[in-house]
Design a binder for this molecule. Sequence first.
Ligand SMILES: NC(=O)c1ccc[n+]([C@@H]2O[C@H](COP(=O)([O-])OP(=O)(O)OC[C@H]3O[C@@H](n4cnc5c(N)ncnc54)[C@H](OP(=O)(O)O)[C@@H]3O)[C@@H](O)[C@H]2O)c1
Ligand SMILES: *[C@@H]1O[C@H](CO)[C@@H](O)[C@H](O)[C@H]1NC(C)=O
Ligand SMILES: *[C@@H]1O[C@H](CO)[C@@H](O)[C@H](O)[C@H]1NC(C)=O
Length: 329
Amino acid sequence: MQNYAEAVKDFAERHATCLTVVFVAGVGVLAFRRWMAGGVCRSKARLEGKTVLITGANTGIGKETALDMAQRGARVILACRDMTKARIAADEIRQKSGNGNVVVKKLDLASLQSVRDLAKDVEKNEERLDILINNAGIMMCPKWKTEDGFEMQFGVNHLGHFLLTNCLLDLLKKSAPSRIVIVSSLAHERGQIHFDDINIDKDYTPQKSYRQSKLANVLFGKELATRLNGSGVTVYSLHPGVIRTELGRHLFNSFPMWKIMLAKVFMRLVKNPREGAQTTIYCAVDESLANSSGLYYSDCAPKKPAPQALDDAAAKKLWDLSASMVGLS
Ligand SMILES: NC(=O)c1ccc[n+]([C@@H]2O[C@H](COP(=O)([O-])OP(=O)(O)OC[C@H]3O[C@@H](n4cnc5c(N)ncnc54)[C@H](OP(=O)(O)O)[C@@H]3O)[C@@H](O)[C@H]2O)c1
Ligand SMILES: *[C@@H]1O[C@H](CO)[C@@H](O)[C@H](O)[C@H]1NC(C)=O
Ligand SMILES: *[C@@H]1O[C@H](CO)[C@@H](O)[C@H](O)[C@H]1NC(C)=O
């Protein structure tokens, strides 16, 4: 025992600098993790008798948001493109929350027909809709097109949700006070709307397209809030943080091995899906936001978005363009 303690002491003395570095780095990593984890939604709001619809709720932060809504007692509709994955997620959510009122509905945002079919189903079969959460997203995929010929990221992240939201507005108004939550991203800050080439047919890059679609999310939220002023339907857009989800699937595919390894280490340090869902949950239920609309949030607090996301004229122009693309009058 004596020898062991002496050996440890000896080791510590000889490697003092090294141990200090390891200790400081450890504390640094823990502090970074804590900072990364971000804000928490502290609202205890209950949602019995209310209905929440979440797009892309079979995985990632959408699934965590759906679980939270179910735990608060809501009827939760998971609107997903893959019904097998959606049913597995719904089973898990029912089991974890003890709330049996969790249902799945088919929605492929890359098809305007599918969006219209889902909206019709909801309008016909649901008595109310209190919270709509536009969460689904695709990031940095190759140059793909939706069923209707739109560039994939703009088509899914913005246009599909634009049409869905507009088709559900009557039900949302009928259920007022109600909320629309739009999951955008920090990526909007480096985005611009390419009005003269909205499908980015010239010089497509996955980044350019993702940033455009996420800027479109914030501009849509702003214009929608203006149009809904006084209706009792309020609108929120947000950045959820950097989160360990499946969102990087297309991006990481293109990486060389060493970059994949680095990305894997980095992903251990970022938010987990539960932490990543907090700002969405906050916008969906927090009582303090009842009279706010059209603003942007990050880490469960309001945040000023990039200047191009505050451009009224661009928001109106994007609305008109989107309406004509999806065939809304
Ligand atoms: N993770 C982050 O660090 C981060 C950062 C900023 C913003 N965000 C935003 O957070 C939101 C959620 O992303 P996540 O991180 O949770 O990603 P995720 O794990 O990849 O989940 C995305 C969800 O969207 C669904 N989806 C994709 N294309 C769809 C389509 N055409 N129709 C219907 N659903 C579709 C996916 O369904 P499948 O499973 O069938 O593919 C999945 O359920 C996205 O809007 C994203 O832009 C995430
Ligand atoms: C709604 O209208 C009121 C009064 O006209 C105004 O003060 C407020 O900023 C408007 N809100 C939005 C989100 O446009
Ligand atoms: C919202 O407005 C209503 C009506 O003016 C008021 O009664 C309520 O206290 C406000 N809530 C918040 C959180 O500001």
